[in-house]
Design a binder for this molecule. Sequence first.
Ligand SMILES: [Zn+2]
Length: 776
Amino acid sequence: EDKVRDFSEGRLDCLIGAAKPYGVLVRGIDLPKRIRYVIFYGVPKFEITLRDVNEMEDASIISLFSSLSRALGNEERKLAIKLRRNPSSDDIRRARQIIEDILKDEEKISSISSLTDIIIDARGRKIVIPDIRTYLQGSGRTSRLYPGGITRGASLIWDEDPILTSFIKRARAQEIDFLQLSEVDLEKLKSEIDESRRLISSLKKGYELANLLKTALFIVESPSKARTIASFFGRPSRRFLDGLMAYEVTTGDYVLTIVASGGHIVDLTTTVGYHGVLIEDGTYVPAYTSIKRCNACGHQFTDADRCPRCGSTDLRDSKSVVESLRRLSFEASRVIIGTDPDTEGEKIAWDIYQLIMDSSNEIYRAEFHEVTKRAIVEALRSLRGINDRMVKAQIVRRVEDRWIGFELSAEVQKRFGKRNLSAGRAQTPVLGWVIDRYREHQNKKVVSIIKGDGLLLRLDGKLEEVGASKIWIKELKVEEEVVKPPPPFTTDAMIGEANRILRMSANMTMQLAQFLFETGLITYHRTDSPRVSDAGFRVASLVLGDDFVPRKWGEGGAHECIRPTKPLSAKELVDYVKEGIMIVEGLSRDHIRLYDLIFRRFIASQSKDGTLVKQVASVRVGRSEFEVTRLIEARGGWIDWYPFLYTPEPRLKEGVLDVVIEHQTVPSAPLYTQSNLVALMKERGIGRPSTYATIVEKILQRGYVIERNQKLIPTKLGIEVYNFLRDRFPDLISEERTRTLERKMDSVEEGVADYQALIDELYNEIREKMGKLAAD
Ligand SMILES: [Zn+2]
């Protein structure tokens, strides 16, 4: 204590001690004015031998056990979680005992050493684990919050591999980056550090705090996004306001209160105008009302006092959310809206803006495409206003959906005497594709199968006679082909590949991706741009090292591909979550599977070219002679990361072989899968990243199409509804009309087309087509 006082008062220049978890030097002193540099001689680490375990403090036991737990069984992992939250002395005793048992057992030690970043001393019986928490606490002594910002400091680490590499890798999971000393401009750094100390000293008591640290209300849609953002800025304090969870953190620029609006807060009403749109002097004015959510069944609706689905009166009205947001914005000096970066997110932002604008003088929009600390800090520093064009595009989209949906659905319901039937501009042509393909599938064709000792050939048409025969095979050549990687995922490709490889539905994939985005693990998942940003290049180069080949895949715009935000493989992600280095609540096995696919695809897109090896052989059966080309190997470069595009077959052996020839009747075309449908939508310009999954889900939900073994089959109802719509409203639901309309809505977003003119066009079109019907 004396030494610390001497240091604090300037009689000592430095303090030297041990960087232990919860030790005095890393936790016990808070002297931002004095502490400028932290030097770690050796990375903070746990070094444990059997003898140490008895003497270790409880806190160290907890940290160590957390790190080890991922190499242990389920029970131990549960214990680790309990230890981090609310440990009893019994729990700690148990953990200590388990660690002792491990150190006594060579086999257990070596099973732990198979984990990449836990290092076992060569002489054995000693475990070394990098200790990120202690590093964070220790280095944090130099950069403390004060009114006006965060003090600048420098933290230097001196150590060697393998522990250093292992340490840096773990640190990256927490968005901590390191530079080689040679890359640092030491003079510049020193003057910045001194400057920020001068700033604190110059702060006089009683200085207006408000001038230095603004209070801001940060509104996002989802609770998990709010929680993730709050976690970037130290330990947030929480409070409840009328059912809204609010997090309070300090960012250096702001005292930030983060809340979630819970998605849309208003929707078109059904009670006034033409299905919720008033027409006043030739201007179309959409009329909105609050959204009610049924607490009993989760159904969302407007304009009713009881749930239309289950009849419950236990409802939550979004009015109460608006009330809470208004109250909170009164308290803050500015409001920042951080909804998702697309037209739907922009519309939610605009709704919030309209509803709270009389309770705040400063309302801004923050746009970010990944929920990482870097992206959030950047977004908070480059605030903008609400983008009108995006809002207008979304208004047209919603009005169009409402009008055509209500009008056509009413017709379908009347004709088929059933509620819960619907029709829409995009879903109807898509339903048509499924039906057409089903008809093609029913047409048969003949194929010949040649089977023999380890050989299977499949050829179109009737080849030779059925029965026993001989085959002559002669290899003509084996050639190699260099292949470039596929681009990283856009929404359509992600849905397609997750369906094909992981057997996930379009809807499920989008829900899983939404979670991965909100918890900061991937970039925004609704995108049609394959572009890779500089942040993406960094991730790839950290994973690939010398094998990194930067490939941009597109230019311009803020949008980019779907990619991981951190250089972590799925396995590393799981390890770090188990160990408690990263906290992601609610991460399931399916989230990990999708993350793995996204990670692999992205890393592949930044890798070296791969190689395909093909065998060309001449084959003779009876009097028929033909050439066969088969892929016998796919390897190297990106293919090692993303092997799912090829299925190599065994190389054909030369010589004469006894075979059996069969003729089979098979469908002339395979049925569509969800993957095929989304690819077609993208190709033909029907649907957008925000609607692909919804369209597929609609035709399944309405019972127009069923799915069997991933294959889509139209139902009798589906075929009848489709035929009815096609005969009665051919222009409204034609593929061409839908495509044109999608393009027009895009041009509203681009600011090229006027949204009122487009709504007017839609109004006249629908009235004419429907009115004509009534007159018939
Ligand atoms: Zn209900």
